[in-house]
Design a binder for this molecule. Structure first.
Ligand SMILES: Cc1cc2nc3c(=O)[nH]c(=O)nc-3n(C[C@H](O)[C@H](O)[C@H](O)COP(=O)(O)OP(=O)(O)OC[C@H]3O[C@@H](n4cnc5c(N)ncnc54)[C@H](O)[C@@H]3O)c2cc1C
Length: 347
């Protein structure tokens, strides 16, 4: 068996029996490979395909995508020229997460997904540019980022792209924030690079923090005061933060307050990181059957063509149910596709 690296698929050919050859490009050299079992597309989905992104993911920005580069969606054009089509009915064409962004010393961009480590912990709130909370910070990251986009488009309250994840000194020390690891205190050498390049903003008061961020100071002070009241009662009557097992699980089980997700922001200095809604992977993909065979417009299988991973229309319907919703189905349908293709080769 040969594994070809740095190789792209330039053409998929089909005869009456189904897909029977692919043309590969490697270092400028073209080679044709005969197909007996099938071609399995696993090219990473459509969410970084420039044209599709504009129509299907308005508001997405390639700079905010934390996924590895390389998934251009180009192979979908080849599949679609054979009659493949995208699945429909999903709640969203992608899965999302709030991300923060920093430029590394070598000039490359680091995109940090705020999955579970900070935003739902005690002593942390997220506000829009009016300084107002707009989301349950302990909800799933997919819903969090969708809420940022909805808030941004709604025209009510302040824009939420970027939004601001804000914490006090105690929360920073205990949990860290984004790329800033736990353990840092004001004046710590480890904080200096983050402050110097603007990734992290620090101020002695909430009013000064708001001024540095360019957001509404009175709004932020009022939001934090109200949130601190929820921390005292253990009940967030505005957004119901921390009411499900999932939400509590990403809180702090060792916290001695009334809710593992609610703690007041009281200890100066205060800190903030800017959040953006990043697309972490496509949810909409090529429609397939239960063997991962790609379907044409008449819902008939295109013999010998399979799609798995983010290339395959997600069985989750664009809804985030739990961690593993992409790699889990990717592994299962990869197995099913391979099994079907091997059986096809034996006929
Ligand atoms: C930060 C982050 C965290 C995540 N955490 C989780 C998690 O905890 N659990 C989970 O289930 N999922 C998670 N995901 C999602 C998961 O990583 C993806 O769903 C998964 O990696 C997709 O795998 P894939 O094989 O479909 O695509 P990819 O891993 O993107 O691989 C596609 C490959 O195809 C290549 N390619 C593209 N076009 C061509 C072409 N024309 N010819 C040849 N090759 C081509 C690309 O270069 C790339 O190597 C996470 C995603 C991100 C970004």
């Amino acid at each position: 068996m040969s594994l070809l690296l740095n190789t792209s698929v330039a053409r998929i050919e089909r005869s009456a029996q189904g897909v029977d050859a692919v043309t590969l490009l490697q270092d400028g050299t073209s080679r044709s490979v005969q197909v007996r079992g099938g071609v399995v597309l696993a090219s990473g989905g459509l969410n970084r395909h420039a044209a599709l992104c504009q129509t299907m993911l308005p508001g997405a920005n390639a700079d905010w995508c934390p996924a590895a580069p390389g998934h251009t969606g180009e192979a979908h054009g080849l599949a679609r020229s054979l009659g493949a089509h995208y699945g429909t009915g999903g709640d969203s064409h992608a899965f999302w997460a709030p991300v923060s962004i920093r430029t590394r010393a070598d000039g490359s961009r680091a995109v940090f997904p705020h999955f579970v480590m900070d935003r739902a912990k005690p002593g942390m709130v997220t506000v829009n540019q009016a300084g107002q909370r707009f989301v349950n910070e302990s909800t799933a990251y997919h819903l969090f980022a969708l809420a940022m986009q909805q808030q941004n488009h709604a025209g009510q309250g302040g824009p939420a792209v970027p939004a601001y994840l804000i914490c006090d000194a105690e929360a920073l020390r205990k949990y860290g924030i984004g790329m800033v690891r736990p353990g840092a205190t004001a004046g710590a050498k480890s904080l200096q690079p983050f402050l110097a390049d603007g990734y992290l903003t620090q101020a002695d008061t909430l009013e000064q923090l708001a001024q540095k961020l360019g957001i509404d100071a009175a709004g932020l002070q009022a939001s934090v005061a109200r949130f601190n009241g929820f921390a005292a009662t253990g009940i967030d009557t505005d957004f119901q933060r921390g009411v499900t097992a999932y939400q509590q699980n990403i809180g702090d089980a060792t916290w001695t307050g009334k809710s593992p997700n609610l703690g007041a922001l009281t200890q100066a200095p205060f800190y903030a990181v800017r959040l953006y809604p990043g697309d972490i992977g496509a949810s909409t993909g090529l429609a397939t059957d239960a063997d991962a065979r790609v379907l044409d417009g008449q819902q008939q299988a295109i013999e010998g063509l399979y799609a798995v991973g983010n290339d395959m229309h997600s069985i989750m319907g664009g809804v985030y149910t739990a961690p593993g919703i992409t790699i889990g189905p990717g592994v299962v349908f990869g197995y099913l596709a391979a099994r079907h293709a091997v059986a096809r080769a034996r006929v």
